[in-house]
Design a protein around this ligand. Structure first.
Ligand code: AMP
Ligand code: MG
Length: 455
């Protein structure tokens, strides 16, 4: 049986043990783009196409020979006869004789013979049958006008160009965005919406990502009831399981609910044993301390081994970590986390220890914790000898944006009482303020590191 005199591990030692014992990243699989968001890439992604696929027009306008309009000026416009059109999605196989122009749409292929585009806004259009510029100018149906095409109108007969263009003007070159065969995306990072668009733009329908970790969550405690069930005289609603399942989802895992079991070794084992084959990581809350009914550590010992026991963290002591015997299906040892029953402690220890393990399984190259520097407006107190993670709110302006001083530091206040059972303060918190082991408090005005909580 564990006892309170066992030495406490530092957070870094605990972290190292957890990461060393958490299994390697999960194997790779192909996933369709629609389910690739936030998954972690398992390999470099190469482009299968040039992007753009061909030289195309950056504007609605006219494809021309640049040399034909070299001398154009507002006093001496160049008139080009419009001899054809290339629409988006159409063939660019259109002849462009000198002195002529081809109407072209944004994104349409540039005909081989053209070498520049003139935006329609920089031309005057002359409608069919309008004759010369001077006579047409008086026509009541205004066959001469500038400012752009109008949807559905027939092709103009000609256009007047009042300034020259350089060869290549308003042409987007084949492959200037991404070349076929180029590495576009690197492994070990979560896929973003823009990366999904990029993959689609080069014709990929799926991405090779790590399998999503399956994380199973069990609550232990004779007093616990599922939300909505009769509480009776001595029951309390189970807060940890919904909270931890949500934490798993926020960390990119597929969360599996193992329900509630009473404080008995057999019940805990009966719930965990089958879960090892179906999950990549197990989370148990409650029953991990040194009370007579705290059976989780014994359960971990029966299923595999316990790697660590007491960590110098507040809140969060007691905390247990173990790994299962290698499972039959793939030989992996499944990491098992025994989190404290107190809801704040359970959520904080998840953030400190479980999330990095899920990041590792997910294939993240560098698990990333979003931290910031802040000035505390209040005294922040905690036990000496343990690193404190105090629940704080970040002060914001009237638009809701965090306020920073000239040095970029935020301002924080406690979000409520700092007891490890005070869930309202955890629910109100933006972040955890990290108070070092060596001190028992920070004075108002002191600088403190904060870790943002999942938002
Ligand atoms: P334990 O770690 O089992 O000693 O529990 C510590 C405290 O957390 C006790 O007050 C428990 O009632 C409470 N607790 C344990 N599990 C939960 C849970 N799932 N939801 C809410 N409170 C819990
Ligand atoms: Mg208990």
């Amino acid at each position: 049986m564990a006892n309170e005199t066992e030495p406490m591990l530092s957070i870094e030692e605990a972290h190292e043990l957890v990461l060393a014992a958490s299994s390697d990243p999960l194997p790779a699989e192909d996933t369709p783009l629609e389910s690739a968001l936030s998954r972690v890439l398992a390999e470099s992604i190469l482009s299968t196409l040039d992007l753009p696929r061909w030289d195309n027009s950056a504007m609605d306008g006219f494809a021309v020979h640049a040399e034909d309009v070299a001398g154009a000026a507002s006093g001496s416009p160049v008139r080009l006869r419009v001899v054809g059109e290339v629409r988006a999605g159409a063939s660019a196989d259109v002849e462009l004789p000198h002195g002529c122009a081809i109407r072209i749409a944004t994104g349409a292929r540039i005909p081989d013979t053209a070498d520049a585009v003139i935006p329609v806004e920089e031309t005057t259009l002359i409608a069919s049958g309008a004759g010369s510029v001077s006579s047409a100018a008086t026509d009541s149906v205004s066959p001469i006008r500038s400012g752009g095409f109008r949807a559905g109108e027939p092709m103009p007969e000609a256009c007047l160009v009042t300034s020259g263009v350089e060869p290549g003007a308003f042409i987007r070159r084949r492959g200037e965005d991404v070349r076929a065969g180029a590495r576009m995306l690197e492994p070990g990072r979560r896929v973003t919406p823009a990366q999904i668009a990029l993959a689609a733009a080069v014709g990929l329908g799926s991405l090779r990502v790590h399998r999503q970790p399956v994380a199973a969550v069990l609550s232990t405690g004779d007093e616990l009831r599922s939300a909505g069930l009769e509480l009776g005289e001595s029951g309390i609603p189970d807060a940890n399981r919904p909270g931890l399942l949500a934490m798993c989802r926020a960390a990119g895992a597929h969360a599996v609910d193992l329900g509630i079991v009473p404080d008995s070794l057999d019940s805990v084992l009966a719930a965990l044993r089958p879960a090892i084959d179906r999950s990549d990581l197990l989370i148990v809350s409650g029953g991990v301390s040194v009370g007579p009914y705290d059976v989780v550590r014994s359960a971990f010992e029966a299923l595999g081994r316990v790697e660590l026991w007491r960590v110098a963290v507040q809140p969060g002591k007691p905390f247990a970590f173990g790994t299962s015997e290698p499972r039959a299906s793939d030989g992996r040892r499944v990491p098992m986390f025994g989190l404290p029953g107190n809801p704040v402690s359970a959520l904080v220890t998840f953030d400190l220890f479980v999330r990095p393990a899920l990041d590792r399984l997910s294939g993240l190259a560098s698990p990333y914790v979003e931290t910031d520097r802040a000035i505390t407006e209040e005294r922040l107190g905690k036990a000496a000898g343990r690193r404190g993670f105090l629940r704080v709110v970040v002060l914001r302006d009237e638009c809701g944006a965090p306020i920073r001083d000239a040095a970029g530091r935020l301002r924080v206040r406690q979000s409520g009482h700092q007891g490890s059972h005070v869930l309202s303060a955890m629910a109100a918190a933006d972040a955890l303020a990290v108070v070092p082991e060596a001190v028992d408090h920070l004075e108002p005005g002191a600088e403190v590191e904060i870790r943002w909580l999942p938002r």
